[in-house]
Structures are given as C-alpha cells and as structure tokens.
Design a protein around this ligand. Structure first.
Ligand SMILES: *Cc1c(COP(=O)(O)O)cnc(C)c1O
Length: 350
C-alpha cells in the first residue's frame, strides 16, 4: 500500500464560503415571502458539495436539488435526506428502491413515473409540470389525471425556459403553472430559478430554486453588484524560460515572438476547465501584474508572457480570471459551463 503523503497540488481552488452564504441570503431575501432552496446538482455546479452544502445549511437553506440518484449520498452527509430532491425522478424499480432506502425525495416527471412511485407504496414526492421548456415534467393537461391524484405531492414545480431574458414566455409559463396547479393537491409551489427570482413577486410562490447565482453567476442585471465571486482558481508557474524572436509557442505555432521574451509555463489546461476558448485575449495575473496567454491552451498547461515581472518564479501561483459574467461575455461559454467544467485536479481550500 502506498502511504506516501500527497504533495501539494499545483492547482488551487479557493472557495469563499462566506460569499456563497451571503449570495444565498441575498437570493432568499429577494424571494420575498418564499424561502430559497438551492440547486446543488453537478457537485454544487463544480464547486464541491462538501463546501457548498454545509455553508448553505448553516445560512438557513432547507431544500436541496440534485439531478441524479448518484448525487444523493454526498449531500445527505450534511443534511437530512427528506430535504434532498432528485430532479430526474424515478425511472425504474431500482431507483424507487434507492429512493426508499435513502429517504431522498423524487421529483415525479411523467404519468409513468407517477404510477411507478405510487404502486411501490408512494409516499411524499414532488411533481414537475412542464409549462413550456419541453424537457421533463407532466403536461399541464395531465395534471388532473388519476395517477397524479394518487400522489402525495409536497412541492409542485415548474421550470422557466427564458428567465434570464425579458421574454413573453415567462408570463405564459406563469399562467400555465397557475392554471395546472388548480388541478393537483399540493403543499407548496416553486417556479423560479436564480433569474426567475428577479422577475417579481408573482414568480416566487412558496419556494425558489436558485443555483447559478449562489455560486457567483449573474444571469440578470437586477443582480448586478449583489452577487459576490465565490470561486477563485489559481495555478502554479512550473517553468520560466526565454523565447527568442521568431520562435513560436504551443501547438500549431499560433503565436510567434516578434522580440526576445520571457515566458512562464503554468499548470492549468483545458482538462482543468480552462477551455481553449478562454485562452483568447486572456491574461493570468498576480497582485501586481498581468501575464497574457501566448498561443494555444494545452491539456495540462498554458504559456504566458512574463516579461513584465522579473520576480515571477517557479512555484509562484497566478490567479485565473473567474469573474463569471465578464469571462462568459468574452469567451462565449455560459456562466454555467464555466462553473461546471472546473476539473478535479484542484486542491480545494477555504
Ligand atoms: C438547475 C435548476 C435550477 C437552478 O437554476 P439556475 O438557473 O442555476 O438558478 C432550478 N430548477 C431546476 C429544475 C433546475 O434544473
């Protein structure tokens, strides 16, 4: 057995759990009479359930949404299973058995799922109505079906397709949701994601379900200045060397030096979520200087121009820009993609 101590990582991800908790509180308070839950699927949008869920719980969050059954175990380390809802619902008897064994609560998404759940003894569940995103959920006209009437529905859910835009679809989904809800017995209703919270009190109902904005994303201008950056990635300089005028850097030689220059090779690449789209017109930085990226992003490294700083040396860490709205604008990846593609080679620290 290998008992050697793991050396410190050359990639660090600082998670500001105070900022995360503060973001949730802002969203909870903007939700008015409704209480905010939290989407923690995809390992809390890439930032880590083990950091995010305890911070959200301690801030007062009492409802957590994941997508897959495989995500339940990590979340119930920190909160009661009855507070964990599984958005993909129960698609097979094995999933029903897992739901019963863990106590996590399925979000029923179809008449077929309703029958499967009820015939296995049922119990508390949530119900998704598809009001226009055409993804998962029962159709509004199915709300009065006897398979639905047999369920013990706690939260009645629907999901907005275009809450981050001023689209007429928002009001139309709101109307369809309210109409369909009249045909189902339920304890509470939930419609709004992060952006939906900004659409006003009619969208809040009993519970909101923010995800993105908890983790520092800003999907609508109403949240400008209210949401703090949570994730702060940084990567170590592995090597510093000279490149002579006329030499090129990186795969396919897309950058050629027009002068002798000092460059540094930094330990982050597209396998760490630093996709090639992010390398374009991008600079890494430390507190004093900017270090423009030269050439292509590789799988495990990038090369930066460090002519500006003679003191930058091997093992120094550089900050990776991660202001989600700005970076998304610049590289064309969504704020969701920037978060959820963060790789697993980072050492997560507080
Ligand atoms: C992911 C998800 C959310 C959270 O959405 P954000 O846009 O990240 O705030 C809410 N509800 C459902 C059903 C989701 O799938």
């Amino acid at each position: 057995m290998n008992t050697a101590e793991l050396p410190p990582a050359s990639l660090r991800l600082r998670i500001d759990t105070d900022a995360l908790a503060a973001n949730w509180r802002v969203l909870d308070s903007m939700s008015g009479k409704a209480s905010a839950g939290a989407a923690v699927k995809a390992d809390a949008y890439g930032l880590g359930v083990d950091k995010a869920v305890p911070a959200l719980r301690d801030a007062g969050c009492r409802q957590f949404y994941v997508a897959h059954w495989s995500e339940v175990a990590a979340v119930v380390q920190h909160v009661p299973a009855s507070q964990v809802a599984v958005l993909h619902g129960v698609r097979s008897p094995v999933e029903v058995a897992y739901a019963k064994a863990t106590g996590a609560v399925p979000v029923i998404n179809s008449l077929k799922q309703a029958v499967l759940w009820h015939s296995a003894g049922g119990g508390r569940c949530h119900l998704m109505i598809d009001t226009g995103i055409n993804r998962l959920g029962i159709a509004p006209h199915e709300a009065g079906d006897q398979a639905i009437a047999a369920l013990k529905v706690d939260m009645l859910l629907s999901h907005l397709a275009s809450a981050d835009e001023d689209s007429p679809l928002n009001a139309s989904q709101l109307q369809r949701f309210t109409d369909a809800a009249a045909h189902v017995a339920h304890n509470g209703k939930s419609l709004a994601n992060s952006a939906g919270i900004c659409l006003g009190a009619e969208y809040h109902f009993d519970q909101t379900r923010p995800g993105l904005a908890i983790y520092g994303g800003v999907p609508r201008s109403e949240l400008d200045g209210k949401i703090a950056q949570v994730a702060w990635p940084e990567a170590a300089v592995m090597q510093r060397h000279k490149v002579s005028a006329g030499e090129s850097v990186g795969y396919n030689a897309t950058f050629t030096a027009n002068r002798d220059m000092e460059v540094a090779t930094v330990s982050i690449g597209y396998a760490d979520g630093f996709l090639r789209a992010r390398g374009k017109d991008c600079a890494l930085h430390n507190h004093a200087h900017q270090f423009p990226i030269l050439g292509r992003v590789s799988m495990d490294m990038v090369v930066v121009d460090c002519s500006a700083d003679n003191s930058l040396s091997e093992a120094d860490f550089l900050q990776i820009p991660f202001e989600l709205p700005e970076i998304s604008q610049k590289c064309g990846l969504s704020q969701y993609e920037l978060l959820t593609t963060i790789g697993n080679r980072f050492q997560v620290c507080a």
